[in-house]
Design a protein around this ligand. Structure first.
Ligand SMILES: *[C@@H]1O[C@H](CO)[C@@H](O)[C@H](O)[C@H]1NC(C)=O
Ligand SMILES: *[C@@H]1O[C@H](CO)[C@@H](O)[C@H](O)[C@H]1NC(C)=O
Ligand SMILES: *[C@@H]1O[C@H](CO)[C@@H](O)[C@H](O)[C@H]1NC(C)=O
Length: 638
């Protein structure tokens, strides 16, 4: 044994190394955070040069862009939007330090308490767009101009049947008793809230349970609150990363005039215009409409160039006020001009409701709205037609008004038997052999094209005043096509009902291409890019035929074409469908709803906190990144 024996010292060393590795592994695998010091923040000097990553890389020239030779206006619009989308993606922060730095620079405040926890929550759910929550900030900003106690008093005062809201409560980090829980919306909201509740202080939330948005404060009122917010921005070097202890239930209910009034059946632009800037078209109808339109619409083909602006009522309101049910004569509208903090699923641009992801997008069990892969088919198996089914919602339906409702107008506009005399303008190729790639506006008789390419009808005709017989000879319901069957077709238009349409995320997730017209804003708007993820449509539908013929093409010699010819852009349509599907699986998931909700509720809870200027995350983010790196680095080395 002597000489060849194993010496004990190296064995001990090996064992020690092994033990250390084991412990480190356990820590990594069980996810115990490496505790790090929170470093104090370096306050931004307001100079963008200090934030080299802020300016998105420009130019974006290494992405696949549509054919240069094709001079159709949609090609140029697509090219611009593709670049914009690419810049958006490349500008997303890559670390928590960047997220907090960007936050302070954009909003002039520290992030809210538990922001580090939000980041970890989002990262775990594979968030790809950490800097895409401006909507939350925009919605809450005016409330920084109101004292926290006054905001709380309004929330509390909404505990009344007249307010038409459910009140949801967090107590002790759990969802507590909901007041007026009977709306289906409240049930789903509770589920979303339960995910965020562990990180929230005690709060009350007022949730609109009507379809239509509620709050429409005057421009002057909002401006004064925004000015107060701006003036009050502070970034104390050290803040507490906690919400204040506060007893909601001890605070007394006081009488507050919430200013609700019933506005059903009345022209909405009369109140909406008061929420618009004094120099806007909505308040100065004498401005030349052509000039106004040129800001969001392509002057030649009429295609939407700026989708956001195309639903800005201060810009388009006077042109579409009589062509949309919510604007002309809504079924239900209980509004207020006071800044009352109500959570809502959608709003028009002048509303001050606080947006949250619509309940439908969280409840994925509802077959009328949810997308199910099983029922979808590949692009080449889809029929090259545009298909729409829906109910007769949108506004008050009576013989005088129905022609003002967007769905009824859309159904009529695509009904070939009503189109025998109709003439529309499309963009047709200039040269017969299609070599020049040039197009020009051309008259077109769409009756035949509509009958072969469009299948648009109500699935049910209901809710008319006094009854629906006046529609008998005008439109017919075509039942028998379920939501899932619509995915057998390439082109799926989405049209507003009483408010937003809950089908939209399903269309984006599907292998079909969505066409969207809407006046409503939703939580996800900023992350979706027109022409990249969907084809935008004017709320007047005056671009419909030019738009659809671009994708489907129009053969020469077809009845009604009068010799016009439009080359097919089927590949472009498929690309839009593919891109929206791919993107939706990254940013419109149930996870994304939770990420948005948690961030929204942290911000909301802070605005309601009496110490809102002294609480927040004041670190520089490095301790979270260091913990991330140590996990990642170790795994990587193994
Ligand atoms: C017509 O031209 C466009 C653009 O140059 C091209 O994409 C398309 O495939 C052509 N169509 C036909 C039928 O040749
Ligand atoms: C199309 O219009 C005709 C005539 O106005 C009408 O009878 C028919 O029901 C309409 N079709 C649909 C699907 O609405
Ligand atoms: C729409 O435009 C407004 C005003 O310019 C802007 O504040 C908002 O962020 C834009 N929204 C989206 C989704 O781009």
């Amino acid at each position: 044994m002597s000489g060849g024996g194993i010496r004990p010292w190296p064995i001990f060393l090996l064992a020690l190394v092994g033990w250390t590795l084991f412990i480190v592994n356990v820590i990594i695998l069980t996810g115990i955070d490496v505790k790090g010091k929170i470093y104090k923040v370096v306050l931004p000097k307001g100079d963008k040069k200090d934030f080299p990553y802020f300016e998105p890389p420009n130019p974006v020239d290494d992405i696949e862009l549509p054919d240069e030779l094709d001079q159709h206006p949609i090609v140029a619009l697509t090219r611009d939007q593709l670049k914009k989308f690419e810049r958006y993606k490349r500008a997303q922060p890559k670390s928590f330090a960047q997220v907090v730095e960007r936050y302070r620079m954009k909003y002039g405040r520290h992030p809210p308490p538990k922001f580090d926890e939000w980041y970890k929550f989002a990262k775990k759910r594979n968030c790809v767009n950490f800097d895409d929550f401006d909507q939350i900030m925009d919605d809450l900003r005016p409330y920084w101009g109101i004292k926290p106690a006054d905001i709380r008093a309004m929330v509390r005062a909404m505990d009344s049947d007249d307010a038409r809201v459910s009140i949801l409560r967090v107590r002790n980090h759990k969802v507590a008793q909901t007041i007026r829980p009977d709306s289906w919306r409240a049930g789903i909201f509770e589920k979303m809230l339960a995910v965020a509740a562990p990180l929230l202080p005690d709060i009350d939330i007022a949730m609109n349970f009507l379809d239509e948005p509620r709050v429409v404060a005057t421009w002057e009122e909002v401006q004064s609150k925004l000015a107060a917010e701006k003036k009050g921005r502070v970034q104390h070097p050290e803040t507490v990363n906690e919400f204040s202890k506060f007893d909601w239930d001890a605070e007394k209910k006081v009488d507050v005039d919430l200013g609700f009034f019933t506005y059903s059946g009345k022209p909405y632009m009369d109140v909406a215009s008061k929420a618009c800037p004094p120099e806007s078209y909505a308040r100065r109808p004498e401005i030349d409409v052509k000039h106004v339109e040129s800001r969001y619409k392509d002057p030649v083909g009429g295609f939407i160039r700026n989708f956001n602006l195309s639903s800005d009522l201060c810009t388009v309101g006077p042109s579409i006020g009589h062509l949309h049910g919510f604007l002309f004569s809504s079924s239900t509208n209980i509004a207020t001009q006071k800044l009352v903090p109500i959570f809502g699923e959608c709003k028009v641009n002048v509303n001050n409701d606080i947006l949250f992801p619509a309940n439908k997008y969280y409840d994925l069990a509802d077959a009328r709205y949810a997308y199910n892969d099983e029922h979808d088919v590949p692009w080449h198996e889809k029929k090259s037609r545009m298909v729409w089914r829906g109910v007769t919602s949108g506004g008050v339906q009576n013989p005088d008004i129905y022609t003002r409702l967007q769905r009824h107008r859309f159904v009529a506009l695509t009904n070939s038997s009503k189109l025998s005399e109709a003439e529309v303008t499309i963009m047709a190729a200039l040269s017969e052999d299609n070599t020049s790639g040039e197009y020009a506006p051309t008259f077109f008789h769409p009756a035949n094209y509509a009958s072969t390419t469009m299948d648009v009808a109500f699935s049910e005709i209901v809710w008319c005043v006094p009854d629906c017989h006046f529609l008998d000879d005008k439109m017919a319901a075509k039942p028998g096509m379920d939501f899932k069957d619509t995915f057998k077709f390439k082109y799926l238009p989405d049209i507003d009902g009483h408010s937003f349409s809950g089908r939209w995320p399903a269309f984006l997730k599907s292998k079909s291409m969505g066409l969207k017209s809407t006046i409503f804003r939703e939580w996800h708007d900023q992350r979706l890019f027109e022409w990249v993820h969907f084809a935008p449509m004017d709320n007047r539908f005056d671009d419909l035929y030019a738009l659809l013929t671009y994708f489907t093409g129009l053969e020469k010699g077809v009845d009604g074409s009068d010799g016009a010819y439009v080359p097919r852009h089927d590949t472009e349509a498929k690309r839009i469908a593919d891109r929206s599907r791919e993107w939706a699986t990254q940013v419109l998931r149930k996870d994304d709803v939770e990420i948005y909700m948690l961030r929204l509720l942290l911000e909301y809870a802070r605005v309601l906190d009496d110490n809102r200027d002294k609480i927040g995350y004041s670190g520089d983010g490095s301790e979270v990144d260091a913990a991330d790196k140590s996990k990642f680095g170790w795994r990587w080395r193994r």
